[in-house]
Ligand binder design. Structure first.
Ligand code: SF4
Length: 410
């Protein structure tokens, strides 16, 4: 079995007003105990996995947050050592950390690189200082430029910059400047997400009370369309609704994707197994979808020395508080929602059939026809098999992705 590993680091120096991730400010004193708990959880699941008829080979590792870069180089090394001595890593392991530009130093990045982490993703968000202040981000774009230069010197040759568009009061010109300044930094990968006003966040509450000038959806759509055209013209291939990778570099076995596509996220988008470690982490393996306790202290408490002797089915650790076996229908819906996000590769009828035993038109006879007639889905011949049909989002479908996804969830 091929699997990925996600490790959640739920600490931030400051909680940004738009963020609804499972992360906490002011709890950094718990980081050492948290890292010990992470290692215990890795060892617990590792023992279960060693008893499987076919233990997983790990193709990708991803430290997400929160702000993983708040961990020290030594802490990263101890987690990577625990993973390496517990699981079998693929020879072409992709190991990513998310980092806030203001939380790194040459020493830390050298240590992280030495620990075996070979991809870095910086939360740049915008090149406009006022927009960054509005998002309550603590860095400015100069810090991003420095962070990229430091990462390059430390040997990171696979680098992503995360951006957000559709901000209140953001103009098309200001967004275009952000994208152009980001292109000057020559990242291998760019993610651009539309701002969403999440329920329960300060942004969500201010918007409800009319205190936040709501982003104009038409303007956000213009920004997205311009981004698709501009990045394509500059050598970036859009392989997912919100993700682009440079269309050059080394050869990979995955002919459908540009070489620097994020292989970790591809595992999610292809509905393939991943193990989740850490507070609030989610996982999908062994037929289960599961999630861990959200709060840092609860997570640490559940991974005491005593809990190591508990027995549970792979991949559930003592930290898992929710789990369910996936029904076939859930798996099919998840597969459609995830895989249709791959805008070039789409969903191949042959892949769907070999995974679920039925063709797409047997499972979605009405829905697919309607989406094609509405101009949201298109049918192509598979570039891989040359015979099977591939269903993928049109440009309009990328803009209205949610409308497509709602139709396909049964
Ligand atoms: S730094 Fe990132 S994860 Fe942390 S609060 Fe801000 S947006 Fe959320």
């Amino acid at each position: 079995m091929n699997a990925s590993i996600y490790l959640h680091v739920p600490f931030c120096k400051h909680r940004c007003a738009y963020c609804d991730f499972n992360t906490y400010a002011g709890q950094e004193s718990m980081i050492p105990a948290y890292v010990s708990a992470l290692i215990k959880e890795i060892e617990f699941v590792g023992r279960q996995s060693a008893r499987l008829p076919e233990p997983p080979t790990i193709g990708t590792v991803f430290f997400g947050g929160g702000t993983p870069s708040l961990l020290s180089g030594t802490q990263f090394a101890s987690v990577m050592d625990a993973l390496r001595s517990t699981f079998t890593f693929s020879a072409t392991l992709e190991a990513t950390i998310e980092a806030n530009p203001g939380t790194i130093s040459p020493q830390k990045l050298n240590a992280i690189r030495k620990a075996g982490i070979n991809r870095i993703s910086f939360g740049a968000q915008s090149a406009n200082t006022q927009e960054l202040r509005m998002l309550e981000r603590e860095h400015d774009f100069f810090t991003v430029i420095e962070a990229v230069s430091t990462a390059r010197k430390a040997g990171f040759d696979n680098l992503n910059l995360d951006l957000i568009y559709g901000l209140p009061e953001q103009t098309l010109e200001s967004w275009q400047t952000t994208v152009k300044r980001v292109l000057d930094l020559q990242p291998e990968h760019i993610s651009a997400y539309a701002l969403t006003l999440e329920h329960g966040t300060p942004f969500g509450k201010w918007a409800q009370r009319g205190l936040l000038p709501l982003p104009d959806p038409d303007l956000a759509a213009d920004m997205y369309e311009w981004t698709m055209d501009h990045l394509e013209a500059n050598g970036y291939e859009q392989y997912e609704i919100s993700n682009w990778a440079v269309n050059r570099g080394f050869e990979t076995a995955d002919r459908q994707m540009p070489p620097h596509a994020c292989r970790h996220n591809l595992q999610y988008w292809r509905s393939l197994p991943y193990l989740g470690f850490g507070a609030g982490a989610h996982g999908y393996a062994g037929g289960y979808r599961y999630s861990n306790a959200l709060r840092v202290k609860t997570y640490i408490d559940r991974l005491t020395a005593d809990s190591q002797s508990l027995s549970a089915e792979f991949p559930l650790s003592p930290a898992a508080v929710n789990h369910h076996k996936q029904a076939l229908q859930d798996d099919m819906s998840d597969y459609m929602l995830n895989t249709l996000r791959l805008v070039k590769a789409g969903v191949a009828d042959a892949d769907f059939r070999s995974r679920f035993g039925s063709g797409l038109l047997e499972v979605y006879p009405k829905e697919i026809g309607e989406l094609v007639r509405a101009g949201l889905l298109e049918i192509k011949t598979s570039e891989v098999s040359k015979t099977s049909e591939v269903y993928r989002l049109t440009k309009r479908g990328r803009l209205l992705g949610n409308k497509v996804f709602v139709e396909l969830v049964k």
